[in-house]
Write a protein that binds this ligand. Structure first.
Ligand code: NAI
Ligand code: NAD
Ligand code: ISE
Length: 336
């Protein structure tokens, strides 16, 4: 069976995902696209040479009879309405992070999915498919460093546009860590605090950059994450897990070690597209295969909700300056 897919939002990642589905992966075909900017949708159809209908809006695309599954890759604040619309139509939906902008929005999605009685949503937390994070998870699960005690992490982007403001460091950027830590440690968060070092001169008036987020989990693991989105030098994701008997680090992306002109060097990647290219491929292939089998796996709406509960508290902690409690409601049996 070929899974017929409609894409809502053909910006940077929407185009990238449409390209991998039509040129790299198997079992899927892009049959419909829409973007709030119709020129953008047309340009992507032309650039990728897609045999796809362009819709005026996401809701009509979702309702189309020839669309089996939907990809929501529009900007964050629009995700909730499209995911709810896909659930109402009984269609599978892959939604880029964040699932919704706030925990309340994610909860409405969780409630609608549970009421429908069938798992239809996969959230784009692609780090769970990254080979480096999988090595960390395997070592932790096997107890190779004893129990995990502390994590030291960094999420660095070379630069962000002026539209990127202080809370986005949490709900747009840290959201990846908020998911991957729960998954790595099989744990939930208990408290959060945000502290601000001296501001970089490459930041702007609406953005405090860098930031340090301090998290505590229910099992007592302490985590520090540096978010630095104008670091200039590269796209750099670091994760070091300190256990009772050893330390494990997220592997660096593969790159040639070069000796030249009195330098010994490795290149550093500059964007998320290349850093996680293999993980994006795997997550979407799993989605397509799941839809074809009528049974999807991968990060759930509950995972999207759990990350958003922590994200809301981190945003609060940015302004309160306090250590804020994170209260996670009990996971419904539907997601276990
Ligand atoms: P973008 O701004 O390049 O693309 C967003 C597109 O959505 C634009 O073309 C815009 O015109 C369109 N759009 C906005 N509102 C719309 C609406 N109501 N209906 C239809 N189209 C609409 O943004 P980008 O970087 O592609 O990000 C999109 C989403 O992907 C975001 O949720 C972002 O968080 C996520 N993302 C995830 C990444 C990951 O590592 N998993 C990496 C980059 C983005
Ligand atoms: P983008 O701005 O390049 O693309 C967003 C697109 O959505 C734009 O083309 C915009 O016109 C369109 N759009 C906005 N509102 C819309 C609407 N209501 N209906 C239809 N289209 C609409 O952004 P992006 O970088 O591609 O990010 C898109 C999403 O992908 C975001 O949720 C972002 O968080 C996520 N993202 C995830 C990763 C990742 O690593 N997983 C990386 C980048 C982006
Ligand atoms: C972007 O939307 C992503 O998801 C990237 O992975 C992240 O590094 C970046 O900070 C976000 O803006």
């Amino acid at each position: 069976m070929t899974v017929r897919i409609g894409v809502i939002g053909t910006g940077m990642i929407g185009e990238d995902h449409a390209k991998r589905i039509s040129q790299t992966l198997t079992g899927g075909k892009i049959v419909a696209v829409t973007d709030v900017n119709p020129d953008q949708a047309r340009a992507v159809v032309d650039r990728l040479n897609l045999d796809a209908q362009i819709y005026d809006n996401g809701h009509d695309l979702i309702k189309a009879d020839n669309v089996d599954a939907v990809l929501v890759t529009s900007w964050g604040p629009t995700h909730e309405e499209y995911v709810l619309s896909a659930l109402a139509a009984g269609k599978y939906v892959f939604c880029e992070k964040p699932l919704a902008h706030t925990a309340d929005g994610c909860k409405r999605i969780v409630d609608a999915e549970v009421a429908g009685g069938k798992r239809l949503v996969q959230v784009g937390f692609m780090r769970r498919y990254d080979s480096g994070y999988l090595l960390l998870k395997n070592a932790i699960d096997k107890g190779q460093i004893g129990e995990a005690l502390m994590l030291h992490c960094a999420h660095r982007n070379p630069s962000v546009p002026e539209s990127y403001i202080t809370p986005m460091a949490i709900y747009d950027t840290l959201i990846h860590e908020l998911d991957v830590f729960r998954w790595l440690l099989d744990d939930d968060f208990k408290t959060a605090q945000v502290v601000f070092p001296r501001k970089s001169r490459y930041s702007h008036s609406q953005l405090a950059d860098p930031q340090i987020v301090l998290l505590e989990t229910v099992k007592g693991v302490r985590i520090d994450v540096e978010i630095f989105v104008n670091c200039q030098y590269g796209y750099d994701i670091q994760c070091s897990v300190v256990g009772e008997e050893g330390v494990i680090n997220l592997p660096e992306p593969e790159s040639l070690l070069m000796r030249k002109q009195a330098q010994l060097s490795n290149a550093i990647l500059m964007d998320w597209k290349k850093r996680f290219v293999a993980a994006f491929d795997v997550e979407l292939q799993m989605f397509i295969d799941g839809v074809a089998k009528d049974s999807i796996t991968g990060p759930t709406s509950w995972d999207g909700y759990a990350a958003a509960v922590a994200s809301d508290v981190c945003v609060l902690a940015q302004t309160s300056g306090q250590i804020e409690p994170i209260e996670m409601p009990e996971q419904p049996a539907f997601y276990r």
